[in-house]
Unconditional design. Structure first.
Length: 178
């Protein structure tokens, strides 16, 4: 059995059909084992004998509207993939705080970026540190008077089949997966 996390885009816990217990129920009905959720933003850990992440994504994306009445992009990462990202320590020496937000944007479709990293755009309140196996690591300056428009720029570049988590959330997911 392989341990995975399904990162669901656009989960709003105030929607009764998007609450953790309902999300876990869908995964259990699909036959996944050891289903757990981490915080209320669409992070569902599960085990499956399948090694085909794309097929797992398709299965979950099909089940959500059928069982709960909403659609959500689903991005699967294995425990091993998350561990490799954490081991790279892309935010070394940085701290998630009221002044800065350390973020990881997961891409559904892995691609290459023709950019040198770290990449700082003039007059923008963020820096893109790098891309690691379909995950873009960035730091947003929360003290700037300029609105960080990183998420809009990422959507323009990669489409809406992406989802972002804070570094703290990624670490928390991995801790639960262990």
């Amino acid at each position: 059995m392989t341990k995975y996390v399904a990162l669901l885009r656009g989960i709003a816990p105030l929607n009764p059909n998007m609450r953790n217990e309902k999300l876990r129920g869908v995964f259990e009905k699909l036959g996944f084992a050891n289903v757990q959720s981490v915080i209320s933003s669409g992070n569902v850990i599960f085990e499956s004998p399948s090694r085909n992440a794309k097929k797992l994504e398709e299965t979950i994306e099909k089940a959500l509207p059928e069982q709960l009445g909403f659609t959500s992009t689903t991005i699967i990462r294995s425990k091993k993939q998350l561990q490799q990202l954490v081991d790279k320590n892309p935010f070394k020496g940085m701290e998630h705080s009221q002044k800065s937000s350390l973020n990881v944007t997961f891409l559904k479709h892995k691609t290459k970026i023709e950019t040198e990293f770290p990449h700082k755009v003039d007059d923008r309140a963020y820096t893109v540190l790098g891309m690691y196996d379909g995950a873009i690591c960035s730091v947003m300056d929360l003290t700037s008077s300029k609105t960080p428009d990183l998420m809009l720029r990422l959507e323009k570049k990669f489409g809406k089949e992406i989802t972002t988590r804070t570094w703290k959330t990624v670490e928390r997911i991995l801790k639960v997966m262990r």
